[in-house]
Design a protein around this ligand. Structure first.
Ligand code: ATP
Ligand code: MG
Length: 283
């Protein structure tokens, strides 16, 4: 069964002559327990696809359904709750809060949802990414690969039905990348996690069950059981057909979204700091 389904999803930004069509009637399903890689040139709509599928952006046309529920019919507050309970999101730049330890960062989604973080769930999420022994470390005391694993643990702590990852290995060296990809693969194989991952790297895409290629906001093809060399050949063909990447504005869109997540998390961190200050004062 498809846990996430996009039907003729379009997303345009701007108006008049400045209109950009980021997604153009995309119809796609993501089966429960499957690992999908999304690839395509810069500006082809990969991040927009992920954000629409995750309910972070509302499409301009078409429908997204999550576990059979049509997201466009939900009120914002209901959508936010469904997203918190159903979706995990991992960014290329980790987005950890530097003042918080690994375990506090991992507990953040539970705090954002208004719950007291459950220590057992936090420890289980850190163990799942091999970082049980780094719980008290702050991001600056962790390597890039370890920070990304903390971000994955944070995305997993609320047991999401779908994990979306936008270039999760984009900032990592090849050894750390392999490690992160092996963790993602084992989440699918051992727990039946559904994962949708954007990547530019054919080696990363080869860890998935299927690759979806985007070009100019449309699905230009899919590849089952991909291997790195076949993926690379598809990409080369796509890039020669689309010589005008639109990366700069794409980066702006991602920066805006990340800014929003950081602002929300900063607000919670400020609350945590105040609480910690209060505890210190009462000692
Ligand atoms: N917030 C926004 N406002 C205006 N245009 C946007 C916005 N976000 C994305 N776009 C445009 O939509 C198109 C698709 O952007 P998207 O970020 O989805 O691309 P991408 O495939 O993820 O690219 P990259 O590989 O560079 O991350 C781009 O042309 C981009 O300029
Ligand atoms: Mg992107």
């Amino acid at each position: 069964m498809d846990i996430v389904r996009l039907t003729a999803v379009s997303k345009t930004y701007g108006t008049g002559s400045g209109t950009v069509t980021a997604l153009d009637k995309v119809t796609l399903g993501f089966a429960e327990g499957s690992f999908t890689a999304v690839m395509g040139a810069s500006g082809s709509g990969k991040s927009t696809l992920l954000q629409c599928a995750a309910g972070l952006e509302r499409p301009t046309g078409g429908a997204v359904s999550l576990e059979g529920k049509d997201l466009s019919r939900l009120r914002e507050s209901v959508l936010t709750r469904l997203r918190r309970e159903t979706i995990g999101f991992v960014f290329q730049s980790y987005n950890l809060l530097p003042a918080l330890t690994a375990e506090q960062n991992v507990g953040m989604p539970l705090r954002l949802a208004g719950h007291r973080p459950d220590g057992r769930a936090v420890r289980a999420a850190l163990s799942a990414v091999g970082l049980a022994d780094r719980a008290r470390h702050r991001p600056a005391e962790l390597s890039g690969g370890q920070q990304q694993r903390v971000a994955i643990a944070r995305a997993l702590v609320a047991a999401p039905r779908v994990l979306f990852a936008d270039e999760p290995t984009g900032a990592l060296d090849s050894a750390s990348s392999r490690n992160v990809l092996a963790i993602l693969r084992s989440l699918v194989d051992d727990r039946g996690q559904t994962i949708v991952m954007v990547t530019h790297d054919p080696v990363a895409a080869a860890h998935a069950d299927r690759v979806v290629f985007l070009a100019d906001g449309r699905v230009s093809g899919t590849l089952d059981n991909p291997d790195a060399s076949t993926v690379a050949a598809h990409l080369t063909a796509l890039e020669s057909a689309d010589p005008a990447p639109r990366g700069e504005a794409a980066l702006r869109g991602e920066a805006a979204l990340q800014g929003e997540v950081t602002r929300r998390a900063d607000a919670v961190a400020a609350g945590l700091d105040a609480a910690a200050g209060g505890e210190a004062a009462s000692c």
